[in-house]
Design a protein around this ligand. Structure first.
Ligand code: NI
Length: 177
């Protein structure tokens, strides 16, 4: 069990484009994924991208069960997604509140594609191909943005809709992704 330090906004590595993974099912990749799972679980995250723990590779994990920490969100299957590609299924955008382990204690209102198809690979190199919507689609877009050096505050169109979680949503238990 290794909980790694999560880099915070301001760290230059979070602004880089991460590199493609070119070898699957390796001890190195499995060790990275184990650290990512441990870190996400420990910090109650909904997702985590490898650059957030200082590894500039195109690897994300996300997913959670329905529980009291996500009162309005349906469960999202725990997913390892490597070298992902996203394609929106239509033009429709949807606004939603986001947080991020690299921007702790904050929330912002971010427009995302409401429906999209994502493709990528799991740890063994097996193809993943899913069409999703709603919160699942949002989480994937947030995590894949990390691989391109984009943090959610960069996508907030109205910065008046950006602030501290405890002030915006007093008394609520919120998670970061
Ligand atoms: Ni994030």
């Amino acid at each position: 069990m290794t909980v790694r330090t999560v880099l915070k906004m301001g760290h230059p590595l979070l602004l880089q484009r991460a590199a493609e993974v070119d070898a699957f099912d390796t001890p190195l990749l499995h060790a990275l994924l184990q650290d990512m799972r441990d870190t996400m679980t420990q910090l109650n995250g909904a997702g985590l991208a490898a650059p957030q723990i200082g590894v500039s590779l195109r690897v994300v994990i996300f997913g959670f069960d329905a529980n009291e920490r996500y009162p309005d969100a349906p469960p999202v299957p725990l997913t390892v997604l490597i070298n992902p590609e996203l394609s929106p299924l239509d033009e429709q955008m949807e606004e939603g509140w986001e947080g991020c382990l690299s921007v702790p204690g904050m929330r912002g209102l971010v427009p995302r594609h409401a429906r999209l198809r994502y493709r990528g690979f799991d740890a063994q190199g097996q193809l993943i191909d899913r069409s999703v919507e709603g919160f699942h689609a949002r989480v994937v877009q947030h995590e894949v943005d990390h691989l391109d050096g984009i943090l959610y505050p960069f996508r907030i169109p109205d910065l008046r809709q950006f602030g501290f979680s405890e002030t915006l949503f007093p008394g609520q238990l919120l998670v970061d992704d």
